[in-house]
Design a protein around this ligand. Structure first.
Ligand code: SF4
Length: 318
């Protein structure tokens, strides 16, 4: 995951619970992808290291266990860069330029990001995966094409030099379609998110200003819970079936106000966030705690990375 800012409710309900679950069945490597972050924030690096530290605090506070999983910074395991360089020798440029996400991102972020590094993003991403001979990668449906490219690059390496790397397969992870507080796609840049570590007062204020069913202009107007973002948030935050049915019916009969409904949601969201915020605070208050975890992770990651890169180099004959 790239350290591009604080994690929000989309991460809390999306990638993170999947990552936590995977720890039961796999040896997991979770990487602060700071080199990847540089592809788009090469000109705004201030705070990037701290962003990484806070992101790791979010991971651990939500259940990633640094004893079981390897947590490290990508830039501190130099083998990522070296393997990416080797893979770069055999990847045709056309494989990278045809990628729809490359064109889309350059269209969205402008020529500023049309750099050598950004074009090579999928090569570095492949190195990140195969450097640990990963058999599985947790991805959402929208990332399947990236993984297919990684598999293609892996096949090319194995075909040219000899089979070193397994072709990584996807673990397709279902993530809820949580939209932003204003009903648009959830995105930091739209300012429609709630951070995992956000202070309770701010969380409450944001929920109280959420968009609801536009049909409910006045208290006596009947509502449509299935068209209301607040109602969908209730469901993502474990509303008991009885209360869900009660709000559904009260909204349709206009016997509950949106303010009351949002207050209940705020209480529900805070009940989930409070213990996470507390665990996170404890981690960050202890000097050097996260850096220690990252150093331990670097050591464990590097042990594997050195061996695999060595094997790759010997197979190439360098
Ligand atoms: Fe939405 Fe609740 Fe208002 Fe109904 S009462 S429109 S579910 S916020």
């Amino acid at each position: 995951m790239r350290p591009t800012g604080r994690l929000h409710l989309g991460h809390l309900l999306g990638a993170l619970p999947n990552w936590v679950r995977l720890q039961d069945d796999y040896d997991c490597f979770y990487c602060v992808a700071d080199l990847h972050a540089l592809t788009t924030r090469f000109d705004s690096v201030a705070g990037m290291k701290q962003d990484g530290i806070e992101m790791v605090a979010d991971w651990i506070a939500t259940g990633i266990d640094p004893q079981r999983s390897v947590i490290f910074r990508q830039s501190e395991v130099k083998e990522h860069s070296e393997l990416a360089l080797l893979l770069g020798m055999l990847v045709p440029v056309s494989w990278l330029t045809r990628s729809p996400s490359y064109k889309e991102m350059v269209g969205e972020l402008g020529e500023r990001v049309a750099t050598f590094g950004f074009l090579g993003y999928p090569v570095l991403q492949t190195a990140d995966i195969i450097l640990y001979k990963a058999s599985r990668v947790p991805v959402g449906e929208d990332q399947l094409s990236h993984l297919e490219l990684a598999r293609e690059i892996t096949r090319r390496f194995n075909g040219l030099y000899g089979k070193v790397f397994p072709e990584p397969k996807a673990i397709l992870t279902e993530t809820p379609r949580l939209v932003g507080l204003d009903g648009r796609k959830m995105s930091k840049s739209y300012g429609n998110t709630i951070d995992i570590a956000e202070e309770p007062e701010s969380v409450t204020n944001k929920i109280m200003s959420m968009f609801t069913d536009p049909a409910r202009k006045r208290l006596k107007d009947p509502g449509h819970p299935d068209e209301c973002n607040v109602f969908s948030y209730h469901q993502y935050f474990d509303i008991p079936d009885g209360e869900k049915a009660e709000i559904d019916s009260a909204c349709r009969q206009a016997t509950i106000g949106c303010t009351d409904c949002k207050q209940r949601l705020a209480a529900r969201v805070l009940a989930r966030l409070d213990p996470i915020r507390e665990r996170r605070r404890q981690l960050l208050d202890e000097p050097g705690r996260i850096e220690g975890i990252l150093e331990d992770g670097r050591r464990r990651a590097q042990t594997v990375a050195t061996e695999v890169l060595g094997e790759a180099c010997r197979t190439i004959g360098i």
